[in-house]
Structures are given as C-alpha cells and as structure tokens.
Design a protein around this ligand. Structure first.
Ligand code: ITT
Length: 191
C-alpha cells in the first residue's frame, strides 16, 4: 500500500500520522478530495463512526482509507460526552465551562475520565481493521496550559499535569490517538 487517504481535515493529525508511517506511505487527506465533503458521524460508538468514515472514503476514492473518531468519557457522567464530545457545546471554551459546571460538586476521587480513539483502516475491497487507544486521567477544577486543543486544559494526567501543559511530542507519546496510530502502523506498512 503506497497511497492512503486519512479521513480528516485536521493538519496536526495528518502530520503526526505521516511522521509515524515514514516515507514509504504517501498520506493524503480530505483536503485532496474536496468533492467528498462532510461525512455525517451518525453511529453511537467510536468504532462505528470511524468505520463509517473509512468506508465512505474508500468507496469514494477507490484507495485505502483511514479514519479516526475520538472523545472524552467521564465516569461521573456515565461516559458522557463520549461520541458527542465535539457536539457537547459550540466551542472549546464553552465545552470546558459546561463540563466543569456539570462536575462542580464531584470530589477529586470521582473525577476519573479517559480519552478514547478508534482508528479504522478500510481496503479498496471494503475489508476493515480497527485499533483503539486510551489515555487515563481525571478532570481538574480549572483550565491550565496553552498547548493541544479541545478538553486538554482540564484533562489531568496521574502526575498532575494537564495534556495542555505537554509539548506536541510529549502528548503524542502517551495520548489515545498516538497509541492507536502506533498500533496501526504495522497494518499500514505490511500491505
Ligand atoms: P476531524 O476533522 O478529524 O473529525 P474533530 O474535531 O471532529 O476532527 P474528533 O472527532 O477526533 O475531532 O474528536 C471529537 C472531539 O473530542 C474533539 O472535538 C475534542 O473536543 C475531543 N477530543 C478528541 N481528542 C482530543 C484530544 O486529544 N484532546 C482534547 N480533546 C479531544
């Protein structure tokens, strides 16, 4: 497999994946296929949404396609916002404010949470392979740190740092997405 379409418009995710697979695989993104447009994420699981996107792109392009779906699961909220993490509120800062307000009376011991990432690889013939990465932590009380995106400023690792206080490379080394990518690399390079 030399050509792969990664179903994202997020430049950061693309650069991270290209760095991991090396020069033998040419990774393109949805920016190279503007005719595909937005693919609705209508499934109620991370795997379901990543498969839906990977299949849509493999069908539209006739190429190998890779797609991810990720989100934040908070134990005190029975796993919410989960697959609805991007749609929980309109902007990153509103999502953070809403989550902190939902947890305002929840003590530290019950603020455990995890980021989850499902990656789905779909062949031109429609065969799929999945990998999944998780990153365990807890929801803090205030936003800290200037790196990353999304819920990173309130997601605390066991050592107390938030994901937004890590550099890009440090985060990639332990994040849900980094882990799912690394598990997928052998699948990408052996075909
Ligand atoms: P795509 O274009 O790739 O679909 P997206 O913003 O929809 O990008 P995801 O589906 O991967 O991204 O993630 C869903 C939401 O989960 C995302 O908008 C964030 O709010 C949150 N999230 C996922 N991974 C995160 C991370 O590493 N750090 C902080 N928040 C994250």
């Amino acid at each position: 497999m030399k050509d792969l379409v990664f179903a994202t418009s997020n430049k950061g995710k693309l650069v991270e994946l290209q760095g991991l697979v090396g020069a033998g695989v040419h990774v393109r993104s949805l920016k190279d296929f503007p005719e595909i447009g937005e693919i609705p994420e209508t499934a109620d699981t991370f795997e379901g949404n990543s498969e839906l996107k990977a299949r849509a792109v493999a069908t539209a392009t006739g190429l190998w396609a890779l797609a991810d779906d990720s989100g934040l699961m908070v134990d005190a909220l029975d796993g919410r916002p989960g697959v609805y993490s991007a749609r929980y509120a309109p902007t990153d800062s509103e999502r953070i404010t809403k989550l902190l307000s939902e947890l305002v009376n929840v003590p530290d011991a019950k603020r455990s949470a995890r980021f989850v990432c499902s990656l789905c690889l779909c062949s031109p013939a429609g065969d799929v392979v999945f990998t999944r990465g998780t990153c365990e932590g807890r929801i803090g009380h205030v936003a800290r740190g200037a790196h990353g995106f999304g819920y990173d400023p309130i997601f605390e690792l066991p050592d107390g740092r938030t994901l937004a206080e890590l550099t890009h490379d440090q985060k990639s080394g332990l994040s849900h997405r980094g882990q799912a990518f690394r598990l997928m690399v052998p699948e990408l390079t052996r075909r």
